[in-house]
Every structure is written in structure tokens, then in C-alpha cells.
Design a protein around this ligand. Sequence first.
Ligand code: ARG
Length: 652
Amino acid sequence: GCLLRHKIILKNMNSIAKPMANLHVSADAKAAFAHSNPVDGYRYHISETLAPITGKPSSEIYERLAWTQTFDKGDLGLPVPALRIQGKKPGELAVEFAEKYPESELVGKPIVNGTFLQFYFKPEPLSKLIVPSILKKKTKYGTNDKLGLKDESDPSSKKKIIVEFSSPNIAKPFHAGHLRSTIIGGFLANLYDAAGWDVTRINYLGDWGRQFGLLANAFEMYGSEEKLERDPIGHLFDIYVEINRLSKSEEDAIKEKKDELKQAEEKKQDPTELQKEISAMEAKSVNEKARQYFKKLETGDKDALATWTRFRDLSIERYEKTYARLNIHFDVYSGESQVEMSRMERAVEQLRTSGLSEDSKGAVIVDLTKSKDKNTKKLGKALVKKTDGSSLYLTRDIGEAVKRYELYHFDKMLYVVSSQQDMHVAQLFKILELMGNNEVAEKCQHVNFGMVQGMSTRRGTVKFLDDILRDVGEHMHEVMKRNEKKYQQVNNPEQTADTLGISAVMVQDMKGKRINDYEFSLERMTSFEGDTGPYLQYAHARLCSITRKANLTAQDLESADLSLLTESHAINLVRALASWPDVVQNTLKTLEPTTVLTYLFKMTHMLSSSYDVLQVVGSELEVKKARMALYEAARQVLSNGMKLLGLNPVER
Ligand code: ARG
């Protein structure tokens, strides 16, 4: 393993700027540079230098070296109290360590700020290390295949992750919960991809249950082949609404009769006639028909299944088109229908024999309140089998999790599901564990998120993803028209409006911490000012425009003399670009898209304040080349970040 790792390092050494080659640092530090997480390389370098000075192991220092809030506080900071050194005041220790710390080719002497040590990367070596590396690695800058390896010496030993996300319900509205799951899940899948994991994207459709009985009946009563072909999702939804209306009125009528019956019984009248009437009404109700139809589905009736398959396939076909607009694809369309009855029966049986479940009025429940564990107690009672013997959402999830483990042997599985289902998911994981599937349970993680308020379309409440995207696109188009001069320069305004609109929705969704609720605001998200999707797109398009105007070759940029980047704006930009791979690595810990967005906004704000100072067109040729190399590196990082989030960077 070690040998191969050193070979990789040696191979990459050529691409590392001179100062690194001469530096006396460990293999770990060199590997970090070689695998293009430069900040991590510096982290190793500083902690190894500090180890003998502080008497603490470098690994401990490494853990404590943190990002700074702003670059005036350095590139990395060390809170001396965190090292827990006895006997001296941390402030005094900080001074002592700073005095003893030898300046190297990469890092200057640290600055003492109270009990903090602030480390500054030297500008010129940093520029010479970072800019060429970005220009060379291009879309790969920020990715790190090594992170997803089971065995570092074997590049084929990828860790396996399942990301389950989106998971809408067929014939029901695509609500904000599904929107958030789609956006966040798509991002997380990209993130693990970038870290070299083997990612499988699963869409777990709500495609089973009595609603399909209702739907089949609805199609018989109100369906149209032509409409189904043209707009399956819309048509199925419409007829589903229609039959629910009918079912509701039938239910009301039955309830009325039952009230009559009650009164008759109180008055000691003969109830027989009324009882007969009620039974007859129930027997011919659409609800009863739906129940029978679903029974046929669950027992494998060929015709019923054929109809169901058709509804499902047509819906998936349509979903795929919409997901493609968001740069999302799924490897597997699973769903509640895909969990075999036998599997669920086995699960219920396993729960019974291990004494976890109990019968409760003909149903089967798992009573977690009986647990001694305080956290398990809170999970309440979970129903795993209904009185009529039919299966449940939870039971299907148990079966599906076990099935996925058998199929994929995953190292990790993410459930990207709204925090409204916290209880459900916690019950699922706990029951899996108690059943003896700890191996599965411990690899599962719930990635939850808060609610969206006020999401509605102009035509009323939201039904489908396409409605949302269409509305935002239209609104975006209007915003673009407000700037007539710029609008004239866009080649295909409709399409650009559509792309910007999608960016607007996605950035609004990923801007805050996942768990926070947010207010859906067309006006705010489509603005070119403030931290919005259109703002990022504008920043990218502006860099593209500078490139077009500068009209330099790739060779010009590669040979640029980067020592000419002396202005503080240029230096700070380089420092920001250097930290991108470390941001990605940190995002793997937070699993928060805002970690990436906060970075991108900070970087683009720095860019926009640089344009006046670091002009390209009109500068002397060598300066022009150096600045253009820097801007091209910035464009590359911005583009990589946007793509990681699932956005399509525009060029104009
Ligand atoms: N279809 C479900 C809903 O719309 C979400 C599925 C979440 N995933 C799961 N494995 N339960 O509420």
C-alpha cells in the first residue's frame, strides 16, 4: 500500500510547484498536496513543524488547525488552549510558540492574537502552487478519489453509497418536501461522486397502496387514453382528484345513514332495513372497489398489474424528463411496490419470534416505549401489520432496507427525507437494529430538512415540479427584460431564463441550513442582487466575458508569470481558490449544501470587488496574462462548485 502511495506522490510531484519538492515534510503532507487538497498539505506542514515545539503529537495539532473567518486573521488558526498544555497561561504559550516557529518557504512566522496563533501562507509560492494546478486539473479540481477508497492502495476498492431521494407519490402532488429532497439529494450524490465513492441513486416511489385501486377505477370511469399518453402525471392526478371527490360524497352519504341508524336504535325501531341499505352502499362504493382492486394487485392478478405497470411506467418516463432539467438522473426507480410480500412477512415473523412485537386487537405493533433506553422510549408504538393483514409504509421500508443491503452491500445509505418523517425514519432504524440487522442500521443515515412556506403557483397550489419550474422561468424572464441592454445580448433568452430560474429555486433551497424552514419567494430568488442563483450565474457569465475579451491562448495562461500577482485582491483570491478542495472535504462532514454556497458567495464577492483593481483588458501583456490565469482559475472553481450543487453555469 505504502509503495503505491509513494509512487502516486512521486508521479504528482512534477505537477507540484518547486517549493514543495524541496520542503522537508512527511509523506502525508506531500500526499495531501499531490491529491490536491493544498490547505490540508499546509495543515500537515504546520502541525509537523509545531509538534516538537509544543511537545504535542502532530496529529493532535492537525485536528485543531481551523479555518479562519476572514483572511486578515490568517489562512489557518490554532486556538492554543485546545492543546491543553498544563502549567503556563495559553497567551504566554502562544507567544513562546510563535517565537520558536521557524519560517518556511511556504508559511511565515505565525502572528499571536490573544491565545490564537494565526498562520499565513506565503503569497507567491501559493499562487505558483494553486493557479497552475487548477488550470491543469480543470473539472477535477476539488475532487478527491482517494476519500472513497476502502483500501488506499487499491483504486478499484471504492466504497459504496446509496442515496435515496426525491421519492414522490404517483398520482399525488409533488410537494415542497419532494422538491427539497430532490435538490439536496442530487447534491449529496454529486458530493460522494466527487469523493470517489461508488454512488447509486435510488428513487423510492410511492407507487403502492389503495390509491392505485382508486386510480384504476377512476381511469375506467373518467380516463382518456389520449390524455394519458400526452400528460400522464397530470391526467392521473386529475382523475384521482375526481374519484376522491366521488368517494368523499359516498362516505358522507354513508355517514348520514349511520346517524339515522343510531337514532332509530335509540328510538328502539327496527334497524334491519337501514342496516341493509348501509351494507349495500358500502358494497358498491368506490372505496370498496378500490380495496378489492388493491387486493388483486397484492395477490398478483395479471390484468390489474398490467394497468398498474402502465401508470407507473408512464409516470416515470415523465419524471425523468423533469429531473433531467435539474441535471438529475436515477440509477434505480424502486418504490413501495418493489418490496415483496414474502419479505415483509419474513420481517414481521422475525419481529414476532424475537419477542419485539405483540398483537394488539388483531394488528401487530412494536412497542418501543417498553425499552429501557431513554431515546428508544420516545419512539412510541410502531404499527407493522394492520388488522386486515395488509402491509404498511414502515413494514415496506424495513423490507426494502434489508433488500438493498443484500443487493448492494452498501457502506453507507442516506435517506433524504423531510424532518416531518423524523419519527418514521427513527423507528425504521431502531427496529432494523433490534431485529438483529445492526449491520444495516448502523450504515443508515437520515438527512433531513425543514419545510417551505408559501410555495404556490400563479394557477393555485403546486401540483408538479414542472409547474414550479415553469413559473420561476417565466418570472425570471420578466426580471431579465428589466435590463434592456443586457437582455439584447442574450442569444436564447427563453432558455437562459429557464436555466437561471432553475438556479434560483435551487440556490434558495440550499442557501440556509437544511433543517431551517424558508419562505418561497419568487421575487427574492430571481434577483441578480444578494446571495441568489442568478447572482452566481452572473458572476460566471462575467468571467466568461472577460475571457472572450482578453483573447489569450491556453499556452499564454500556462506560461504566465504569477509573481506579478502582487495586489492584495489577487492574493486573497488565490487564498480563496486554494481552499476549495478543503471546503469540499468539509462538506462531506456537514452534508450541508450551505457549506459550498457560503464559500461560493464569499469567493464571488471577492471577485466583484477585484474587477476595478485587477483589470485585464488594457493592462501590459505579462500582467494581463497573469491576471487572466487567475480569473480563469476562479471561473473553473466557480463552475466546479456550481456543478457540484447541480447548477448549469451559463456563459452569457
Ligand atoms: N413517498 C414518501 C412521501 O412522499 C417519501 C418516501 C421517503 N423514503 C422512505 N424510504 N420512506 O412521503
